[in-house]
Design a protein around this ligand. Structure first.
Ligand code: GLN
Ligand code: ZN
Length: 771
């Protein structure tokens, strides 16, 4: 029996890589220093894995920015617009592809970025052209293999397999399918692998994540051809095909027929696939059991994992078993040992958790237990594990009977407004007295360095709570005055008191814990520190009423209360794995519902419940979409439906491809939805041409992701386009998303133009006002 790892976080325990990259980009360190920093991180990671007792240690899982971009560079898949940078050092060309290049009169856009399957990691999307040629260009995989070999560690290099690489990319011109590039692509792959074999590589990990998704016949055929070519070119090389995030399902036979030496499957996400795989796995192929969760922060349940291992051993024999994490550990933080702050993460909760380093130990321990090795220590660890799992099952910290009872007593009516929209709308009109094309914003106003510095000072106790509140009040008041002056119809308080739209609520809900150093790479040098949901969720006291009420007290205009929705809070946290996501989401929904009720009681007439992450929660397999949408939409409705008919519920989403779930979005039954679409008005029109969206809608007309100030005329034109498919009485005028990353000067100009645009639109309906 062997142990294996598929990839290790490269950002560094103290985000060393982030800091090094950002210093290099700011010209504060040299290229050599950057390269040294990368080397140090790699060596540290390899040694850590060796000391833990991992047999198959990955290399080429390191990246200065993104592993897909590394591969594009290695294969010479460099879009033509970067040709003029070919004389620059390769690292600079590489960063230009990732981040764009604006220097010496050159202005080249970055490559597109998108989410890596259903994770929060973003990769750089390969760009493909008809008849594109590939060639072996960067020897990163080989040089890192040599680097490890020189340190005495014979690693297993990792490459994304050819077909998955093609599928991760996008055709940049019409009239061809990227799979047709396989013939051109394979020789470049073979060159890389040949160089690895020459240097002494005995194992190669080929990631083929698309094997766990739905494939066309052509794609299946291409997978067969590509593995056939690699296997026959290097008969001595041991190849492990790795799949993750889903089960093999209909592709089980295909995966088992590739003739590779080992197959890795994710048994955390898809434990049910084991049976089928054991059935079809051919004679000598090894099976890598992905048992340790690479996507979440909880300890492994050894007892349960051992049962799975025994089942596989019974069928295959010990020699054919490899014990592994479920996927690359890239998606979890580095080291739980660095969490020493008892107030944010108590010892009780911490004993239930494992980060990347701890997960290596778990992997090795599972092998020892299954193999009866090192039993004096292993047996003790098993007992500790059994105790920890038992304490988690019964802990009063996790289980709140009141919450469970509330969940059990939810009725259909809890997810339904008192009346339907047709009845609500006139009541709201009477209560709010808004013009046609009402104007509003999405919630946040610029979070200046000053505002952020107050929060930092409060944390370091350089400001008292009263001093801090006074500063935030002043900022809020100025923002209310600005909104009045510029003439917005529905105002917001500006969200100055919030660090982050999920963290702010997590800190005020029970059942959440926070880490000091639990960073996970999101893209490039950007890291996020997701909250940890460990227990039943409840809301001990109001979270936003104070600030919303304060803002409302300053003005005669309506101030909209701002909340983050249950699906988004769930999606952007590490969630508990001892109950379904849907139950956790419903618990959050009840907490938000209480907040909504309190806001309404405090006299707030409009409440917005943001759900920007609703779409990214969609399962990888379309067949699972209806189930997810059912509980996610229901959770939103539970959070919103507590209010009277005259109280207006808004929601906000920021993505534009919602055509395929437009009916579910309508089913949320928010009175008003504001959405991001200033960059892709056409897609919006598409959706509405085919579907009569029943409620009110604010298609964003101001792209807040850019410092550019849009003109009044431009925004009028965008709204007119929308008017062609949505009746004017249903339309709102607003930016794409929150303004917190923008500067005040552009914000002021853009919102002034936006209000004028709305006035122009109104005039068309009230010609008598026109002089
Ligand atoms: N209300 C939030 C804000 O304005 C919404 C942010 C988001 O959609 N991501 O910042
Ligand atoms: Zn948004």
């Amino acid at each position: 029996m062997r142990t294996n790892n598929l990839g290790y976080p490269r950002i560094g325990g103290n985000r060393e890589l982030k800091k090094a990259c950002e210093n290099y980009w700011a010209a504060k360190i040299s290229l050599d220093e950057l390269i040294e920093q990368g080397k140090a991180i790699r060596l540290h990671n390899w040694q850590l894995q060796q000391e833990a007792g991992i047999d198959l240690i990955p290399s080429n899982d390191f990246s200065f920015y993104d592993q897909v971009l590394d591969l594009s560079l290695a294969l010479g898949a460099i879009p033509p617009r970067y040709d003029e940078l070919r004389s620059e050092p390769l690292t600079d060309l590489y960063f230009a592809m990732a981040r764009g290049y604006q220097k010496d009169g050159k202005d080249i856009t970055a490559m597109e970025m998108t989410k890596w399957f259903d994770t929060n990691y973003h990769y750089i999307v390969p760009e493909f052209y008809n008849n594109q040629e590939f060639s072996y260009q960067s020897n990163k995989a080989v040089s890192e293999f040599i680097e490890a070999k020189n340190a005495g560690i014979l690693t297993k290099p990792v490459l994304i397999a050819p077909v998955s690489y093609l599928l991760l990319g996008k055709e940049k011109e019409e009239g061809f399918n990227r799979i047709s590039l396989l013939n051109n692509l394979l020789p470049a792959y073979l060159k890389i692998i040949e160089a690895l074999v020459q240097e002494g590589a005995q194992w190669l990990q080929l990631d083929e994540p698309f094997l766990a998704l739905e494939l066309t016949e052509t794609e299946k055929e291409a997978i067969l051809i590509s593995h056939d070519a690699i296997r026959s070119a290097f008969p001595q090389l041991n190849i492990m095909v790795a799949t993750y995030f889903e089960g093999l399902n209909n592709n089980t036979q295909l995966a088992c027929s590739l003739g590779t030496n080992a197959l890795h499957i994710d048994l955390v996400r898809a434990p049910q696939q084991l049976e089928d795989v054991l059935q079809h796995l051919p004679g000598t192929t090894l099976l890598s059991l992905g048992l340790v969760d690479g996507r979440n922060v909880w300890i492994n349940d050894y007892t349960q994992s051992l049962q799975t291992i025994y089942k596989a051993v019974k069928k295959l024999g010990k020699e054919r078993i490899i014990i592994s994490p479920s996927c690359s550990l890239l998606h979890v933080p580095c080291d739980l040992d660095s969490e020493t702050n008892e107030t944010s993460l108590t010892a009780e909760v911490k004993q239930w958790m494992a980060f990347a380093k701890q997960k290596l130990n778990e992997t090795v321990l599972l092998k020892q237990l299954a193999n009866s090795e090192n039993m004096t220590i292993a047996a003790k660890k098993l007992q500790q594990n059994i105790d920890a799992i038992a304490s988690r099952n019964t802990s009063a910290l996790i289980h709140n009977e009141l919450v469970k009872e509330r969940i059990a007593n939810i009725t259909e009516a809890d997810g339904r407004r008192n009346s339907n929209f047709a009845i609500r709308k006139p009541l709201q009109n009477a209560a709010l007295n808004l013009p046609l094309f009402p104007t509003t914003t999405i919630g946040s106003f610029p979070q200046t360095p000053e505002v952020r510095s107050w929060r930092a000072k409060l944390k370091k106790e350089q400001l008292t709570k009263t001093q801090y509140d006074t500063l935030i009040k002043k900022e809020t008041e100025e923002t209310i005055r600005f909104q009045e002056e510029v003439g917005l119809d529905v105002l917001v308080h500006g969200e100055f008191e919030r660090n982050d739209m999920v963290e702010y609520f997590g800190e005020r809900l029970s059942g959440f814990a926070f880490t000091q150093n639990g960073w996970v790479q999101s893209y490039g040098s950007r890291c996020v520190k997701p909250p940890v949901i460990y227990g039943d969720i409840s809301r001990p006291e109001p979270m936003t009423v104070y600030w919303t009420q304060y803002a409302q007290s300053l003005t005669q205009k309506t101030v909209k209360g701002m909340l983050t929705g249950p699906v988004t809070i769930l999606q952007w946290s590490f969630v508990r794995n001892d109950q379904s996501r849907s139950i956790t989401c419903t618990q959050i929904a009840l907490a938000i519902r209480d907040e909504v009720a309190d806001l309404e009681n405090a006299g707030i007439k409009i409440i917005q419940i943001d759900e920007p992450a609703l779409r990214e929660g969609l399962p990888l397999l379309k067949q699972h979409w209806p189930q997810y949408l059912h509980w996610a939409i229901k959770a939103f409705r539970i959070s919103a439906s507590v209010v009277q008919d005259a109280t207006q519920i808004h929601t906000h989403m920021c993505y534009s491809e919602f055509n395929d779930i437009i009916e579910d979005i309508a089913d949320m039954d928010a009175d008003v939805i504001t959405i991001e679409c200033s960059r892709s008005q056409m897609e919006l029109l598409d959706a509405f041409a085919h579907f009569n969206y029943p409620n009110d809608i604010g298609p964003g007309v101001y792209d807040i992701h850019s410092p550019r100030v849009p003109s009044e005329e431009e925004m009028v034109q965008l709204m007119k386009k929308a008017e062609r498919v949505i009746p004017a009485e249903q339309l709102w005028v607003n930016p794409d998303c929150g303004l917190k990353t923008r500067h005040w000067d552009e914000t002021k100009k853009a919102l002034a133009a936006m209000v004028n645009a709305a006035k122009q639109l109104q005039l068309a309906y009230e010609p008598e006002i026109k002089q």
